[in-house]
Design a protein around this ligand. Structure first.
Ligand code: UT7
Length: 337
């Protein structure tokens, strides 16, 4: 059976940077609290003229350029912050990348979106629906968090990351193992934006306006933390077992960069020492669906991720949804900032 093989990678971070001290100047928080509770120092943020598609086009362009070709048979965009509710954002990205009328669609699985995207790409490649998939994870979460809510605003940054996946076979450098995915809708309320969807629209049935604060992101951080550690650890074990590897044989753990304490807890659970963990949470914070591809591209560019490394990816987010996947890192040069 044909498997997806990584042929290119890239990422894009918007140029504006917000430090912990910047946040502490206008909110009741401090650099010390943010560092010790989250491991974050700064985050890249979009300006008022920039949306998710703008980030995604840059990351997609870089990933395609890194392959030496400008071809993709399909564009999959994992995002929770599409430019508009209608239309989907991916067709505009395909158009702006000069890919013509290829199929292009958005995929919504919050912070686990990139792993759901890998699974979707794997299916399209296995059935022959596509030979080369451009998979982009992009989010501008800072457009969705309440700027006055210190509990969430400190956690997020904006970014896009992309992989070009080509039809190949298992065992080839860059080959992706079958992702392990899961969800638990009984805990849907833990991470949510209450209004703006069909359950709570801008105006109710009698024309009454929704509470403006309901359009902002909300999270029960403490509960989410607990489930994140459990589900990422569990799915990681399953993905490694499915690949026929042991955890000790994995060279690099790339976990969704939600919080350094969550990463430490998952690493402890799976017995990964710091040298085998990839991390950019201090510089980019939580970038949702962009987190994993941005982590891979940046780590490969700086040399902490090397060709031949066996990599375990895992992520967790709203839904709840989660997953894990294995891959071997290929001999490619990702294009990053
Ligand atoms: O990407 C999707 C998945 N997301 C996650 O996995 C995130 C999971 N959760 C977390 O990362 C952590 O729960 C947080 C970083 C969100 C919060 O850390 P925590 O250690 O769980 O803190 P907490 O929510 O229990 O709050 C502790 C205290 C509270 O004050 P009181 O009630 O003890 O007086 C908060 O009001 O910290 C307060 N607090 C803050 N203080 C200073 C919350 N945010 C801040 C802040 N600065 N920014």
């Amino acid at each position: 059976m044909k498997r997806p093989v990584i042929a290119g990678a890239g990422c894009y971070l918007p140029p504006d940077v917000v430090t912990n001290d910047d946040l502490a100047r206008r909110l009741d928080t401090s650099d010390a609290w943010i560092r010790t509770r989250t491991g974050m120092s700064e985050r890249h943020v979009v300006d008022a003229a920039t949306a998710t598609a703008d980030l995604a086009v840059e990351a997609g362009r870089r990933a395609l350029e890194s392959t030496g070709t400008a071809r993709a048979d399909v564009v999959v965009l994992a995002t929770t912050t599409p430019d508009r509710q209608v239309p989907p954002t991916a067709p505009e990205i395909a158009h702006r990348l000069g890919l013509g009328t290829v199929p292009a669609f958005d995929l919504s699985a919050a912070c686990a979106g990139f792993l759901y995207g890998l699974s979707t790409a794997a299916g399209m490649i296995a059935t022959g629906a596509a030979e080369q998939v451009l998979l982009i994870g992009a989010d501008a979460f800072t457009t969705m968090v309440d700027p006055e809510d210190r509990a969430t605003v400190v956690l997020f940054g904006d970014a896009a990351g992309a992989l070009v996946l080509r039809a190949g076979h298992a065992g080839q450098p860059g080959a992706i193992g079958a992702p392990v995915l899961g969800s638990d809708g009984s805990l849907a309320d833990l991470i949510q934006v209450p209004a703006g969807g069909s359950r709570s629209r801008a105006r109710g049935p009698l024309g009454e306006l929704a509470d403006p604060s309901d359009f902002y992101f909300r999270m029960n951080g403490r509960e989410t933390f607990r489930h994140a550690v459990t589900r990422m650890s569990q799915s990681s074990r399953q993905a490694v077992e499915a690949a026929g590897w042991s955890l000790a044989q994995v060279d690099r753990l790339g976990a969704h960069q939600a919080n350094a304490r969550i990463l430490a807890a998952v690493a402890e659970e799976l017995a990964f020492e710091p040298a085998r963990q990839l991390s950019n949470v201090a510089q980019v914070a939580n970038t949702a669906a962009a987190s994993l591809p941005t982590l891979l591209a940046m780590a490969a560019a700086e040399g902490t991720l090397k060709p031949g490394h066996r990599v375990l990816l895992t992520a967790f987010g709203g839904g709840l949804s989660w997953g894990a996947a294995t891959l071997t890192w290929p001999e490619i040069t990702p294009l990053v900032d």
